[in-house]
Design a protein around this ligand. Structure first.
Ligand SMILES: [Ca+2]
Ligand SMILES: [Ca+2]
Ligand SMILES: [Ca+2]
Length: 125
């Protein structure tokens, strides 16, 4: 019984990691690092109508579609991302977010950097 539970949980965790990792790889490209453009494109995948702005509604449905964690809290995560506060996400917000995600001053994001900040920012506490 306990073993079943452990297997179920670890399957769930690995599926969750795979989704974010796969997405990261898809946008990072062959060098496996994200620059600011690739990082912005990652978030612009939520820009369904392609107007260069990720609205609250687009963010919410994008978060669900990408199967990111804590879906009920995506409105809070939106606020977390809206660094130039105007109720919409644009390149300016992504530039600020990139600086938060990025460390090592090499102007590029490894998966580890990405994941550490992602998990720290987008969690419910
Ligand atoms: Ca849009
Ligand atoms: Ca904004
Ligand atoms: Ca870096």
């Amino acid at each position: 019984m306990m073993l079943k539970l452990v297997i179920a949980v670890s399957l769930f965790v690995s599926a969750y990691c795979a989704s974010i990792h796969n997405l990261f790889d898809a946008f990072a490209g062959v060098d496996q690092y994200m620059d600011i453009t690739e990082f912005s494109d990652f978030w612009f995948q939520f820009d369904i109508d392609g107007d260069g702005v990720v609205s609250k509604m687009e963010f919410d449905s994008g978060w669900r579609q990408a199967d990111f964690p804590d879906k009920d809290h995506s409105p809070f995560f939106f606020l977390e991302m809206d660094r130039v506060p105007d109720e919409q996400l644009t390149r300016e917000d992504f530039q600020h977010m990139f600086n938060i995600f990025e460390s090592g001053d090499d102007a590029r994001l490894s998966y580890r950097e990405f994941r550490n900040t992602f998990d720290a920012l987008f969690k419910v506490d």
